[in-house]
Design a protein around this ligand. Structure first.
Ligand SMILES: [Fe+2]
Length: 247
């Protein structure tokens, strides 16, 4: 398959899968504060697995440039203090708790929260998928694809959707949200596979864009596009299963 056809196939699938996620019932109505709090408390349980998932999948990646991208994303989860004094050096998960408090959830409720049966089921299923990926003879493409789609592309769409159905009413401005708004911007796919090589500044690349470029290069060497599409499909099923618990 030539690169042009492959890129369009991937972009088309991606649009379809993102539409599936956006169609979850929970994203179709304005949420009252109680419902919003329940959703974000459960969603935090997935965020707490983020670095473990990336660390596990990184072991299946042997492309040096892709390893660098994944390591950099993991490092960004724990930024050090800003010498200029602007950044308090909070981890992304601490930023998440900060945002939850802004939503009226007390710190004690956050830290004593236990995941629901459905959330635990989704987490188990996620690690099962990861285990299957890593058990393959060459897990690299699926490992990168899963990281990109589960951890970046879908995450941005989840937070964007939650922003529209409730989060936007709870923050004075986007800048007031240090976790959700930040990830909505920094994770989303600004470019598809078809325009990832278009002129423009690499410095403007999001996490998704960096991973798209690595995948595009690797697929040029090894045209296993079906594996990438399978990882995207599985990542989407896991996320839609998570949101189905809310009706
Ligand atoms: Fe990210």
């Amino acid at each position: 398959m030539n690169e042009f056809v492959r890129c369009h196939k991937l972009d088309e699938q991606e649009a379809q899968l993102l539409a599936e996620l956006r169609c979850c019932t929970i994203f179709s109505r304005n949420l009252d504060l109680d419902s919003l709090q329940s959703v974000v408390l459960e969603r935090r349980e997935l965020s707490l697995k983020f670095t473990e998932i990336y660390d596990r999948l990184l072991e299946g990646v042997h492309d040096r440039a892709a390893q660098d991208v994944v390591r950099e994303i993991i490092r960004e989860e724990y930024p050090g203090p800003d010498p200029a004094g602007g950044n308090l050096g909070l981890s992304h998960r601490e930023d998440l708790v900060h945002d939850l408090e802004r939503l009226g959830i007390s710190r004690s409720r956050v830290i004593s929260h236990k995941p629901s049966r459905q959330t635990r089921g989704v987490i188990n299923a996620t690690f099962h998928v990861i285990h299957k990926i890593l058990s393959k003879a060459d897990p690299q493409l699926q490992a990168i694809a899963f990281i990109r789609f589960w951890g970046e592309v879908l995450t941005a769409v989840e937070y964007e959707s939650l922003w529209h159905v409730g989060l936007s009413r709870s923050f004075k401005s986007p800048a007031d949200s240090t976790f959700y708004w930040f990830h909505l911007i920094h994770d989303r796919a600004n470019r598809g596979f078809s325009d990832i090589r278009a002129p423009g500044y690499r410095s403007a690349f999001t996490h998704s864009d960096h991973l798209t470029l690595r995948l595009a290069d690797l697929l040029n060497q090894n045209d296993r596009v079906d594996e990438v599409m399978e990882a995207n499909r599985k990542a989407t099923s896991l996320k839609t299963a998570f949101y189905r618990q809310f009706g």
